[in-house]
Design a protein around this ligand. Structure first.
Ligand SMILES: Nc1ncnc2c1ncn2[C@@H]1O[C@H](COP(=O)(O)OP(=O)(O)OP(=O)(O)O)[C@@H](O)[C@H]1O
Ligand SMILES: [Mg+2]
Length: 503
């Protein structure tokens, strides 16, 4: 049932039908029609020929019928039978309808063909125009003597025909035409099959390629083997597959890049977390150490000084209660002097503690002065290395928070130079660029450098990054073994500082 629905047919089947239908239709319509027409023509022709032969026989039979000599008629009839195979029977009847002459072919006549009949007429009187001497009876012309003779029917010539032989020839032709039609049919089917194959093969490659693309194989290579619409289709699918493949590869590249970027971000986040934890631990330890140190200083120096001051004050009170005397006065003066000295000492100690908590020198000297002071101190304490500071632009414009940050960054940078670099020269440069509204700090040395890929134990560099972070600044650490170290920091002049955990 499925086959009967032509919309389900394959291209091959459709092409076979396209080749088959016109041939069959033409054959069915034309061959029987021409056969039937030819048949009718042949019959009419045979009937006509029969009439002609009957007339000829009738004309030739007048004398034979009168004289009873049929030799000449027989000779002529045999000639007819010999030359025309359609003539089957020649009969001559007298006027009493008795058969007086008959000659027949070997095969019988065809009853479907009507018998051709022709009357035998007596045209002239039978006259013996010659005498016994052989001389004619009449010697002059017959002018003025019109003939009074009227033709009379003295018999009938009958000719029976047969169309079988001619029809046999026509039948043979019909068979030949049928054979030719069948050959044409076979050739049409063959051509249709060859054509369908030339369509099926490229279509099969197209379907294979489309299936491949559907399955995600975008690199499917399809060859353009045909011309026309099929070739166009192959070329389009090839182009589509190439562009799909390129899109896929570019997507894969993007995914790889994104994955790599995400992994990097994740690693950086993990590292930043680790560094933050390390920093907090270190800061906590440093705070604890500083607290201990300050408490020891308070205990050892402030407490001792205050106790001494208290003892001297009690003695002064005691001397004052004893009443005025020269010795008491001089002792009170000496003890007051001691208390003053202790107070001054206390003041100095308090300043030292306060300075440790906040770089007072910044308040007093400003950023440039504080850096110069620091450079001076380093040059004094480390004579094997020469420290230099160069300022470019006006750093007095920097706000307090930014100044402390820069001061602390330089402190850590120079502390690393003396701790790790073994350098002979170190440079600090500070460039305030008002056009780009940035401040650029570099700490450079010519020391032994280090391998940046090695993980460090300390937290100095991490602390520097943490100080820069709230300003949304940049930090770059460049160093190679034997090639010195350069730290480059860039901070915006105008900024919204969210938090600064390390003033
Ligand atoms: N100027 C420099 N020359 C050579 N090596 C350096 C220099 N600055 C830093 N380094 C290297 O970088 C490492 C990390 O420095 P960082 O300041 O973070 O730690 P640290 O100085 O060892 O300890 P901390 O600063 O916590 O006391 C150092 O251990 C050192 O190997
Ligand atoms: Mg350090």
């Amino acid at each position: 049932m499925k086959f009967l629905k032509w919309t389900n047919w394959s291209i091959g089947t459709r092409l076979v039908w396209i080749g088959l239908v016109p041939v069959v239709l033409l054959f069915c319509a034309l061959v029987p029609f021409t056969y039937m027409v030819r048949l009718a023509e042949v019959r009419a022709e045979v009937v006509e020929r029969g009439k002609v032969v009957a007339t000829a026989v009738a004309e030739s039979s007048e004398y034979s019928l009168i004289t009873g000599n049929f030799a000449e008629l027989e000779r002529m009839s045999k000639g007819f039978l010999k030359t025309d195979s359609s003539i089957r029977l020649i009969r001559v009847l007298d006027n009493q309808q008795r058969e007086v002459f008959r000659i027949a072919a070997e095969t019988p006549p065809d009853s479907s063909i009507p018998v051709a009949k022709s009357a035998i007429l007596r045209q002239a009187p039978t006259v013996d125009d010659f005498g016994a001497t052989g001389e004619p009876h009449v010697t002059g012309p017959m002018v003025g003597h019109a003939s009074q003779f009227k033709p009379t029917v003295i018999g009938q010539a009958q000719v029976s025909m047969s169309a079988v032989d001619v029809l046999a020839v026509q039948k043979k032709r019909l068979y030949q035409q049928t054979a030719i039609a069948l050959l044409a049919l076979a050739a049409s089917i063959l051509i249709a099959m060859i054509l369908s194959n030339t369509l099926k093969r490229p279509l099969a490659t197209i379907i294979g390629a489309v299936n491949g693309i559907r399955a995600g194989r975008f690199d499917t290579d399809i060859a353009v083997t045909s011309g026309g619409e099929i070739g166009d289709l192959q070329a389009s699918i090839k182009e589509m597959s190439i562009s799909l493949n390129e899109s896929k590869q570019s997507l894969e590249r993007k995914v790889e890049e994104r994955t790599f970027a995400l992994e990097q971000s994740r690693n950086e986040a993990v590292k930043a977390n680790y560094e933050k934890r390390k920093l907090i631990q270190k800061v906590n330890t440093a705070v604890e150490d500083e607290r201990k140190s300050i408490s020891i200083e308070i205990h050892d120096q402030l407490n001792a000084t205050l106790i001494a001051a208290k003892l001297n004050s009690e003695r002064i009170i005691h001397l004052a209660q004893q009443g005025p005397s020269a010795t008491a006065s001089s002792e009170i003066a000496a003890r007051a002097q001691t208390i003053m000295n202790l107070t001054l000492e206390l003041y100095e100690n308090a300043r030292i503690i306060v300075r440790r908590l906040r770089p007072e020198v910044l308040d007093m000297l400003g950023l440039r002065g504080a850096i110069e002071e620091m450079i001076y101190t380093y040059n004094a304490s480390h004579p094997c290395c020469q420290f230099e500071f160069k300022e470019n632009g006006d750093c007095s414009k920097l706000d307090g928070g930014l100044s402390i940050t820069i001061f602390r960054l330089i402190q850590e940078g120079l502390s690393n130079v003396v701790k790790h670099a073994n350098a002979t020269q170190a440079y600090v440069t500070l460039k305030v660029d008002e056009t780009t509204e940035t401040v650029r700090l570099t700490v450079l040395d010519n020391g032994i450098g280090c391998n940046v890929s090695h993980e460090a134990e300390g937290i100095g560099l991490i602390g520097m990054k943490e100080r820069i972070y709230p300003y949304n600044g940049t930090f770059q650490f460049d160093s190679q073994p034997g090639e010195g170290t350069k730290i480059t920091i860039c901070l915006p002049l105008l900024h919204e500082r969210h938090d600064d955990p390390h003033p």
